[in-house]
Design a protein. Structure first.
Length: 212
């Protein structure tokens, strides 16, 4: 099929970024959309939007991504952002325990409002642990307790960011074609290529690739 036709046949997939303020949502999206990382990332006011086309085994998926601000004062608005979302990336900073607690809040909120939204639990800023600048406050296994796909990323080191979004697009196509459903199982998204660069480090994030 030629590319123009593939684009015409592409399916839109609404993705929302949720999580505590400072958990790394905007940097994750910036890395994915523009392959860049800005240490002076500014707090997002309200919500920002970005879209990108990804090729999957079954065709093109147009990821339409909403980046929400996690601040308390926007909580009531957040439900508007995740309405009809097909996927939610729920971020926590791996070096901040409070960030993990907030993640539980978001998971419950999305699950109760959007039954068909597939949830991706994302532990961010893994580079801070590798570089021994901060200590790990959330263990890899803890990310897997939510019956959702889980992954550890670093937007700064460009670790697991593209694989996460690619997985969302692949899963979306599978869900769309009825091969899998959007809820129910825990799965660590482990990508051997992207973790190779950190193979000598003892703390490289998920070490298993279970899919149940
Ligand atoms: P948001 O409020 O969830 O959108 O968080 P931001 O994406 O704005 O990031 C908050 C802070 O964490 C900023 O100072 C970023 O520079 C920093 N940050 C985000 N991602 C990473 C990362 O992967 N590694 C490191 N070292 N810092 C990060
Ligand atoms: Mg932000």
């Amino acid at each position: 099929m030629d590319y123009a036709r593939k684009v015409r046949n592409s399916r839109p997939c609404k993705v929302v970024m949720l999580g505590d303020a400072g958990s790394g949502k905007t940097c994750l999206l910036e890395r994915f959309l523009h392959d860049s990382f800005d240490v002076k990332s500014k707090p997002t006011i309200g919500a920002a939007f970005g879209a990108k086309m990804l090729d999957t085994e079954r065709g093109l998926v147009s990821l339409q991504i909403w980046d929400t601000a996690g601040q308390e004062r926007y909580l009531s608005l957040a439900s508007l952002y995740y309405r009809n979302a097909q996927a939610a990336i729920i971020c926590c900073d791996l070096t901040e325990r409070a960030s993990f607690k907030r993640m539980e809040y978001w998971i419950k909120a999305v699950r109760s409002a959007e039954k068909d939204c597939k949830i991706y639990v994302c532990g961010t800023k893994a580079d801070l642990i590798w570089d021994k600048l901060r200590s790990r406050a959330i263990q890899s296994e803890e990310l897997t307790i939510f019956k959702a796909s889980s992954i550890e990323t670093s937007s700064k080191a460009n670790y697991n960011v593209f694989p996460l979004f690619q997985q969302i697009a692949e899963d979306f196509e599978q869900i769309y074609s009825g091969e899998i459903n959007s809820t129910g199982s825990s799965r660590s998204l482990y990508h051997s290529n992207s973790s190779k660069q950190h193979a000598n480090n003892n703390d490289t994030g998920p070490t298993c690739c279970s899919s149940s």
